[in-house]
Design a binder for this molecule. Structure first.
Ligand SMILES: [Fe+2]
Length: 398
């Protein structure tokens, strides 16, 4: 992100690229150029109340899909970027996409499909979409929820989609994005529908009120009472009761187990340390991934990387770089295209307060406690952002 935004969520998007190639590392950044780059005073919503989906902060995540790179932000269309990170423009899927796209679409590693949703201030408040591997929007289904809420992520398993209907509700529209606040009355539900399903297919399961920004993974397994859907998330017990400036009480790893046949749902804590930005090996999205990685204690000047054993139940492993070092999201990079789940690296940006600069830090995923295997000192600070992605680029593309 860049600029002087008042809130972590409202800065203009800047994409940072760290390229490991030919035994060296290069770095570049580019501002994502949207209408707000030219005129930041443009309102998001017209006087008639229609949102302009091309007015985007483009500041939340990066998607590599169907041969292109996109900058994402949940209140707008994706912005397509060129190979040098130059902005090519908003992408509405040939005019078919009429809602925003979440910054956390789920790319199925088996089919190449992109499952995603968009939420809105007016009805339909929530729409579920599927695009095929060629980027053609094949399915759009409005999903009935009782009001406009902030929906940041979703779950995707081999056969199902999980939608989050949680009590952080839209209160008003500011010039560039909505405002939200906690509601004691809205309720909290998970909506389960088959891939490619509709509103009529959606089964809702009530859960304890909470907020979930991020789903670590979602997968199916055979339980004692039949097939189950397991979804592991980072869960806030509540969020933004007294404004959106603080993310408290802390969030921690949490598990939902949904009985597909029984209709029962159970929820439980997996750990009690404060974490965010959970990631897995993206090649296992929707499958039973064993390992998840997250950042501990976002609001503390010292942070650590945490590795969770989601299937084996062994104790989490952590590593800190000491006071004054703040980790960003850990992105798993496999050592090869066909390597095993745990065979690879965690790549993250770390802010080093002693130098007022950022480092690219690389850990071996299976030896996190031994510390970094490589550090690249960048010549400047990379402002705190949100999410990144790994793109395996063929040599012929360079
Ligand atoms: Fe996110």
């Amino acid at each position: 992100m860049s600029g002087d935004a008042r809130h972590w969520f409202s800065g203009d998007g800047m994409v940072h690229e760290v390229c490991f190639a030919d035994g060296g590392v290069t770095y570049r950044n580019r501002l994502v150029r949207t209408p707000w780059t030219v005129d930041p005073t443009l309102p998001k919503v017209s006087p008639e109340g229609d949102p302009d989906l091309t007015r985007s902060l483009a500041n939340t995540s990066v998607l590599h899909f169907s041969g292109s790179i996109y900058a994402l932000e949940e209140n707008s269309l994706p912005y397509r970027l060129g190979p040098q990170l130059d902005t090519l423009g908003p992408w509405d899927m040939g005019g078919r996409l009429r809602t925003p796209m979440t910054a956390h679409p789920k790319l199925c590693p088996v089919t190449g499909e992109l499952h995603f949703f968009g939420y809105a201030a007016s009805m339909p408040y929530l729409t579920y979409h599927v695009a095929d591997a060629d980027g053609v929007l094949r399915h759009s289904a409005p999903i009935t929820v009782s009001g406009p809420t902030m929906i940041h992520d979703m779950g995707l398993s081999g056969n199902y989609v999980v939608l989050l209907d949680l009590p952080v509700v839209m209160t008003r529209m500011t010039r560039r994005q909505p405002s939200f606040a906690w509601s004691d009355t809205y309720g909290a539900r998970l909506g389960i529908l088959p891939r490619g399903g509709s509103d009529a297919d959606t089964r809702w399961f009530e859960i304890e009120p909470c907020y979930i920004f991020h789903v670590a993974n979602c997968f199916e397994r055979e339980g004692r009472d039949g097939p189950e859907l397991v979804m592991d998330v980072v869960r806030f017990p509540e969020l933004w009761r007294d404004g959106s400036s603080r993310f408290s009480p802390p969030s921690s790893m949490w598990r939902y187990v949904i009985g597909i046949s029984s209709g029962n749902i159970q929820e439980s804590a997996l750990d009690d340390r404060s974490v965010e930005f959970p990631r897995i090996d993206d090649r296992l999205t929707g499958a039973p991934a064993r390992w998840a990685y997250a950042v501990s204690t976002l609001d503390n000047p010292t942070s650590s990387i945490v590795r969770y054993d989601l299937l084996g139940g062994t104790a989490p492993v952590t590593h800190s770089l000491g006071p004054g070092h703040v980790h960003g999201e850990p992105v798993f990079v496999p050592s090869g295209l066909d390597s095993a789940e745990h065979d690879g690296w965690l790549v993250t940006l770390v802010y080093d307060a002693t130098r007022d600069c950022s480092d690219v830090v690389v850990y071996a995923a299976d030896a996190l406690d031994e510390g970094p295997v490589a550090e690249v000192h960048l010549p400047r600070r990379v402002p705190y952002g949100f999410h990144g992605t790994f793109i395996a680029e063929p040599e012929s593309a360079r």
